[in-house]
Write a protein that binds this ligand. Structure first.
Ligand code: ZN
Length: 127
C-alpha cells in the first residue's frame, strides 16, 4: 500500500503520510497530516502482528475520516440556488403585501446573509 491511496487531511486538505514505528513488543502505524497535527494511529501487540495489515487498517481509518470537498461544494451550490429562489419568492410576497413587513425583511436579510457567506466560502476555496 502506498501513500497515493491516502485521502487529503479532512481538516486542512494537506497530504498525509504513513509512518511505521514500534519496538519488539508493539507495532505502530500512523497516518499523519503533513501540515497540521491530525493523525490516526493503529497499534498491534499480538503474536502474529503484520505491518502491512496494520497499515491497511490505519489507511482505512484515515480515509474514512476524510471528507469529499467537491460533494460539499456541490451540496452548497444546490442550497444557494434554493436560497436564491426563496429570496425571489419572499420578494414577490412582500410586493403583494402577503407577508408582514418585519417578518419579510428579517427573512430576506437572513437568506441574503447566508448567500453572501456561501459566496465568500466559494471564493476562499477558489472553486
Ligand atoms: Zn491537516
Amino acid at each position: 500500500m502506498d501513500s497515493s491511496e491516502l485521502k487529503p487531511c479532512p481538516f486542512c486538505g494537506a497530504e498525509a503520510e504513513i509512518v511505521r514505528a514500534g519496538d519488539e513488543y508493539e507495532m505502530v502505524v500512523a497516518v499523519n497530516c503533513t501540515e497540521c497535527s491530525a493523525h490516526v494511529r493503529e497499534t498491534d501487540d499480538s503474536i502474529d502482528r503484520d505491518f502491512d495489515r496494520l497499515e491497511a487498517q490505519a489507511v482505512a481509518a484515515w480515509n474514512k475520516r476524510a471528507v469529499d470537498l467537491s460533494a460539499i461544494l456541490k451540496a452548497g451550490d444546490r442550497m444557494k440556488k434554493e436560497l436564491d429562489d426563496l429570496v425571489r419568492t419572499f420578494s414577490v410576497f412582500y410586493e403583494d403585501n402577503v407577508l408582514d413587513y418585519g417578518c419579510a425583511v428579517a427573512n430576506i436579510a437572513g437568506i441574503k446573509h447566508a448567500v453572501r457567506a456561501w459566496k465568500k466560502l466559494r471564493t476562499d476555496k477558489g472553486a
